[in-house]
Design a protein around this ligand. Structure first.
Ligand SMILES: *Cc1c(COP(=O)(O)O)cnc(C)c1O
Length: 361
């Protein structure tokens, strides 16, 4: 690739080698690609939210510590006072903050396939990223391989998504505990899909000083707000707070998230509807000839298409007005795989019909 000498003289090699995170244009399509909650709020709740927003002082900087929102997060997630909380502009920003605090050349490890931002942000900061392949049959952790990689690379941070994206499964709890015990650095359990999983490591925080939990409101139903949080020892949170930009959580997010989390019952209903849709969709997918759908504890399902057909099938589904996510190009265990987010029942039905037609071509 010929390089502009100005650009080459200014930027780091690893930045020029990266490609930007691509988000597909969903205009006019049923959007089942990004693990969003498909449901809107009832009119009365929307009205109360607008009333809460009316008092926002947009001319003032927001509370740099977002104290009220933090308190609400503590209550709604049953986080004891002894733990520190760091808020981020999405959990993506928290991953970035954590990695920005590491020494030059530090190693970062996660199971692969996993959430793409762990690698993307490590690469961009010039850190050494190691992806340890999952077991091919179960998508569970390859514990001996993980322990060997930890021993060899001594990672400063290990990310484990629980449930994992894009495979949707929960890794073995005992394997994760062995990893936390073996790790000399931090282990971040990324619970982005906690609302759908009915499982968490929150009760183990007291057992392991190097364990931290990361969550987000995005998959719950507030992706537009950009709010994530990290929970763990106050000493660690204090260090990260130094590199956090002072006003990283804007006032509209602070007020809206605070309002929404105080109306948690609404999300409980929506989450239950999504989980019910997930059960039906998994059955219907597995009933299709040539499709293998993997059980999921999140709000999406990964499925395998007949050999060498993933790209065609993805395109044919899109042509019929439904956008899902093509994982095939990521290679490895994701060859021939597509990922669909669970939407409303009518959206799920539209997707299944489109997939069925695509398979018949
Ligand atoms: C979606 C996702 C995130 C990112 O969440 P944001 O708060 O929207 O930045 C983090 N981790 C995993 C595993 C995810 O799937």
């Amino acid at each position: 690739m010929p390089q502009d000498p100005l650009i080459a003289s200014v930027f780091r090699q690893e930045v020029m080698a990266m490609s930007s995170y691509h988000v597909a244009d969903a205009t006019g399509l049923i959007k089942l690609d990004a693990m969003e909650n498909p449901y809107e709020w009832p009119d009365d709740i929307k009205q109360n939210w607008l009333d809460a927003l009316r008092d926002c002082q947009l001319n003032r900087y927001p509370d740099p510590e977002a104290r009220q929102l933090k308190q609400t997060i503590r209550q709604s997630n049953h986080i004891a006072e002894e733990w520190g909380i760091l808020l981020g502009n999405g959990s993506d920003e928290i991953i970035q903050l954590l990695l920005m605090a590491l020494p030059t050349g530090a190693s970062v490890l996660s199971p692969a396939p996993g959430f793409v931002m762990y690698k993307q942000l490590s690469d961009c900061l010039g850190l050494h990223y190691i992806g340890v392949p999952l077991l091919a049959d179960s998508f569970d952790l390859d514990l001996p391989a993980m322990l060997a990689a930890i021993e060899k690379h001594q990672p400063s941070v290990i990310f484990i998504a629980y449930p994992n994206n894009p495979t949707g499964n929960l890794f073995s709890e005992t394997a994760i505990k062995d990893i936390i015990s073996a790790a000399k650095g931090l282990v971040i359990i990324d619970e982005a899909y906690a609302p759908f999983a009915d499982a968490s490591f929150i009760d183990y925080l007291g057992q392991y000083p190097n364990l931290m939990l990361m969550r987000t409101v995005s998959k719950l139903g507030l992706a537009g707000l950009r709010l994530g949080y990290l929970v763990g020892g106050t000493g660690i949170i204090e260090q990260l707070n130094k590199i956090r930009l002072p006003y990283n959580i804007n006032i509209l997010t602070q007020v809206s998230a605070n309002f929404a989390l105080n109306n948690g019952a609404l999300f409980d209903q929506q989450t239950q509807a999504i989980c019910a849709g997930r059960t039906i969709m998994l059955e219907q997918l597995n009933a299709l000839n040539g499709i293998i759908a993997y059980p999921s504890r999140a709000n999406f399902i990964l499925f395998k298409t007949p050999e060498n057909r993933a790209n065609d099938i993805f395109a044919a589904i899109k042509q019929q007005g439904v956008l899902i996510k093509n994982m095939n190009s990521q290679g490895g265990l994701l060859v021939d795989c597509l990922r669909v987010t669970v939407g409303k029942p009518d959206e799920n039905a539209r997707f299944l019909t489109a997939l069925q037609k695509a398979l018949e071509r």
